[in-house]
Write a protein that binds this ligand. Sequence first.
Ligand SMILES: Nc1ncnc2c1ncn2[C@@H]1O[C@H](COP(=O)(O)OP(=O)(O)OP(=O)(O)O)[C@@H](O)[C@H]1O
Ligand SMILES: [Mg+2]
Length: 386
Amino acid sequence: MAVQMSVSSPFRLYDADPPARAETPPWEQPPVARKRHLNWALKAVLPIAAVLLNGLLLFVLVSLSLAEGERHVILAVAAAGALLICVAVIMVLAVSVRRPMLELQDKIARVRLGDMDVSVSFASRNDEIGDLGRDFNDMVAQLEASREEIQRLHQTQMSRAEHFATLGELAAGLAHEIRNPLAGIAGVIEIIGRDLPPNSPARSVIKDAKEEAVQINRILTELLEIARPKPPQFRVGDMCSTVEHAVMFARQQAITKHITVELEIKDAIPPAEHDPNQINQVLLNLLLNAIQSMDKPGVIRVSLESDEDDVLITVADEGKGIPPEHLPNIFRPFFTTKGHGTGLGLSLARRMAEAHGGHIDVTSVVGKGTEFQVRLPIARLQAEAS
Ligand SMILES: Nc1ncnc2c1ncn2[C@@H]1O[C@H](COP(=O)(O)OP(=O)(O)OP(=O)(O)O)[C@@H](O)[C@H]1O
Ligand SMILES: [Mg+2]
């Protein structure tokens, strides 16, 4: 990177037309174009020269009474003196101000390139410029410490991610291996059940065994989904029918508990880009949780509305609510407070909503109920761009 250091002309212009900035990292980009700079030496000398010139004029006026030759000598000496003063001032400024400024500029350029092993030599000076040097050295030391901390955290994150990825692979492999023999076992149970006489007491055992096999299969399917998530198959479709489909299914589950599932479509919902299967799964997980949270008859309210960018689906129940200490954990895989739960439902739901560029929020009051809000962008491209 070219960092302009020399101040060869009285006017200095940084690159007026910097090259394209997008591809190069920030520390390798040239400085932003700035206004014209007046050379510092000119700035320092002009007022001094003006004062000296005035003094000289005054001196000429005062010396008018002197003889011609004498006057010229005195004027020449005074002019030479003024010039000398200017040169001396410039030299002092060059040593005491310009040199540290150039060094600082050089060190800043090195820091921008990622070299944190720099410090300025004028930090030991006992004046404001020394203060500036000490501040700069402290700042670089702090930057270095922060960079090391970030690198350490990054390393930890990477090894943790690797660890989880391996565990995920292992879990997915196991789930896959178990599912095939499980299908065989379920088939055998089915055949045995069919051959049993209608009044055989073994029938209830077979029924339980079949239910357990279905439950194990569900757990394995969810585990596989978590370990190897499928990307959504997006298509522009009617969100109302996706929601209605999930609500219809939930009503069948709720009927035995005398729970009503109400659906309110508040606005004219525009077609939204989504994977109907995945959104159906998200809503089913929320609706089944809502049904399971209600011990007595009541109402689950589902509403669908939209604003300019998003579709908002709300599922509100009148169940037992979620204690505040559980709220931070409910989206974590395997967190469950249910005897038969896997704790994968909400974790899957959140992952799918996020794969759509959306998110899920929750509010809950213990003893009153819980409300989940699913926000999904209407257009995926729009969500990715923002
Ligand atoms: N509507 C709700 N009301 C009260 N608690 C809820 C509600 N939804 C979720 N929870 C709490 O969050 C936990 C996690 O839910 P999640 O759906 O992930 O797993 P689960 O329902 O326990 O098991 P799974 O859905 O895998 O069968 C639940 O065990 C429950 O404690
Ligand atoms: Mg659940």
